[in-house]
Design a protein around this ligand. Sequence first.
Ligand SMILES: Cc1cc2nc3c(=O)[nH]c(=O)nc-3n(C[C@H](O)[C@H](O)[C@H](O)COP(=O)(O)OP(=O)(O)OC[C@H]3O[C@@H](n4cnc5c(N)ncnc54)[C@H](O)[C@@H]3O)c2cc1C
Length: 469
Amino acid sequence: MSSSASGAVNGGISFWYADDGLPAVREPLSGDASADVVIVVGGYTGLWTAYYLKQAAPFLRVTVLEQKFCGYGASGRNGGWLYNGVAGRDRYAKLHGHEAAVRLQRAMNDTVGEVVAVTEAAGIDADLYRGGVLEVATTPAQLARLKAFHEHELSYGEQDRELYDARETRERIRVADAVGATWTPHGARLHPVKLVKGLAAAVEALGVTIHESTPVTEIRSRHAVTPYGTVRAPYVLRCTEGFTASLKGQRRTWLPMNSSMIATEPLTDEQWAAIGWDGRETLGDMAHAYMYAQRTADGRIALGGRGVPYRFGSKTDNDGRTQEATVDALREILVRFFPSLAGLRVAHAWSGVLGVPRDWCATVTLDRATGLGWAGGYVGSGVATANLAARTLRDLVRLDSGQGGRTELTDLPWVDHKVRRWEPEPFRWLGVQGMYATYRAADRRERLRPGAESSRLARLADRVAGRHS
Ligand SMILES: Cc1cc2nc3c(=O)[nH]c(=O)nc-3n(C[C@H](O)[C@H](O)[C@H](O)COP(=O)(O)OP(=O)(O)OC[C@H]3O[C@@H](n4cnc5c(N)ncnc54)[C@H](O)[C@@H]3O)c2cc1C
């Protein structure tokens, strides 16, 4: 951890840990072992999977192996948007039909309520506030995209979504230049670390064994290999998301995309009064290189965006350390949105990685022949999706082991989806750098030359990236 030129803490994994404290690390694995299910890593996906498996079948021996400590990855660093977005839905509509994608969307809508209900029942206080998701447009081109996005979401059955003009938007939040917004009730703000710590404790209380400081070097059929021993189990579930490339044989499976955040000092009551934001909605925009933000329980703004999108060779960051240029860029977004906060200090900056499959579609899979399963590729919307993926992994394991039948979840279109791998370097690096440089140029162009049409540059970048549906 260090200080940046602005005096902000830089790295230290995330602001959320500075706020809630780093956890005591659990004992590592100490020799070969066996289990019924071994879950590689302790983020939301792995911990929710352990939770639901034990709830369904308390006799199962479930072991979690985590390289550092539960919540070291994106689950301890994210923006705390618990919301109903799922990566790849439109492509699943093309592959499996609109009705199948509507089922996936409904399952995601329900997932927000599921996480709220289960955390309450388990006594986890994660600063949850169910204010929905508000996405604003600040240019004519963004407004055109916002309206199209709004209509598109309605076509997936979101009849409770609302569209606001400039005046209605201002009544909710005073974002400079806002010309409209769309709001969905299917979202909540949370404190990521309080959730992941609470989940790890809840899972342990159910009888799951968690070994931390235990890096897994290789996963193969019925084996999870670590420097301290091998755990054998009929099912080995890989929940490594943005870190997947570090496993043997997985370098080009999912690209580790970087996302960076800042958290400000707490705002004064006067500053909040000038901004509004009483509904505490999670806040996003319609830029191509979009931003995301939340009003924290202790009255700060935590705001994120892309920064350096990708490190050559699928490298991940160093405990969240973030380039100064990225911290400055995020601060600029904050001040562009809320000019009255120009003097507000940034208290903390950090980064993390999320997993991006070649076709930008999240997946859940259990290979019956090998007992190997995995879930992830959430492309930045994994806080709620990890919970749905975990319940789906539970059902797939129960189906395969004869403890359960097919369920609504095992029939969702993202189950067993196959996708090709990313290109070797340097093409991977060049492609992602080029894509984000193009998005930024498109955003700049839309701000400087306001017209209602989205920049063609951005549409081209989507196509090249394989991101269009
Ligand atoms: C800065 C940032 C902001 C985000 N904001 C949001 C948001 O607001 N809303 C949203 O929906 N999504 C958001 N996301 C994405 C979301 O956080 C992730 O999709 C989600 O947390 C993924 O959870 P996971 O358990 O699958 O993976 P992770 O939480 O990344 O867990 C992976 C774990 O694997 C461990 N590990 C890695 N390699 C090994 C190994 N070899 N052996 C053992 N353990 C290993 C790591 O230590 C880590 O704990 C954000 C992501 C980032 C980085």
